[in-house]
Design a protein around this ligand. Structure first.
Ligand SMILES: [Ca+2]
Ligand SMILES: [Ca+2]
Length: 151
C-alpha cells in the first residue's frame, strides 16, 4: 500500500494499492469492500476505513426489434424496440444504426443505470424498398459493450 502523494508523512493520507491480475480474477463479480487501518509512528492504530468497488467484466445482453417484429413496414419512420439486461452494474447507454454492425455508431448520453432496460425509440430507415437491417449494442456502467443485436 502506497501513500497517494508518495510519502507517509502526515496525520491523514490517501492510499492506493493495485490488485494483481490474479487477485482481481479471483474476485467474484459484484460489490467488494476494502478495509484499511492506519498506524502512527508511536504504534497507535486509527479507525478502520473502508471503500467499496464493483467488479463487472460481463457485457450486457440485449435484443432489438423493429415495429414489434412486424416483418414489413411501409414507412421509413419506425419504432425500435430495445431490450437489454446487465446483472452487475446495469445498462447505462445504447447505440443503434441501420447496419449489421453498430461499432461505428455513437452511444446515446448515459442514463441512470437500469436492468432490465427497455425502450421504444423512433428511428428513420433509409429510403427505398427492400430488406433493411438495424443493430443495437448496449453498454453497462463498467463500460462493457454487448455484442451486436440485429433485426
Ligand atoms: Ca503524505
Ligand atoms: Ca456487466
Amino acid at each position: 500500500m502506497n501513500a497517494s502523494d508518495g510519502l507517509f508523512n502526515s496525520g491523514t493520507e490517501n492510499v492506493t494499492k493495485a490488485l494483481t491480475a490474479a487477485q482481481f480474477s479471483a474476485l467474484s463479480e459484484g460489490t467488494h469492500t476494502i478495509y484499511v487501518n492506519g498506524q502512527d509512528a508511536a504504534g497507535n492504530w486509527g479507525a478502520t476505513q473502508s471503500a467499496t468497488f464493483v467488479k463487472d467484466t460481463v457485457a450486457p445482453t440485449g435484443t432489438i426489434a423493429v415495429n414489434s417484429n412486424d416483418p414489413y413496414t411501409s414507412s421509413t419512420s419506425v419504432t425500435l424496440n430495445l431490450s437489454a439486461a446487465d446483472l452487475t452494474s446495469k445498462v447505462v447507454s445504447y447505440r443503434v444504426a441501420e447496419a449489421a454492425d453498430c461499432s461505428s455508431a455513437t452511444f446515446v448520453a448515459p442514463f441512470a443505470p437500469v436492468s432490465p432496460y427497455s425502450a421504444n425509440v423512433p428511428f428513420t430507415l433509409s429510403s427505398g424498398d427492400g430488406s433493411k437491417t438495424v443493430c443495437a449494442q448496449y453498454k453497462d456502467a463498467a463500460g462493457n459493450i454487448s455484442s451486436n443485436a440485429s433485426d
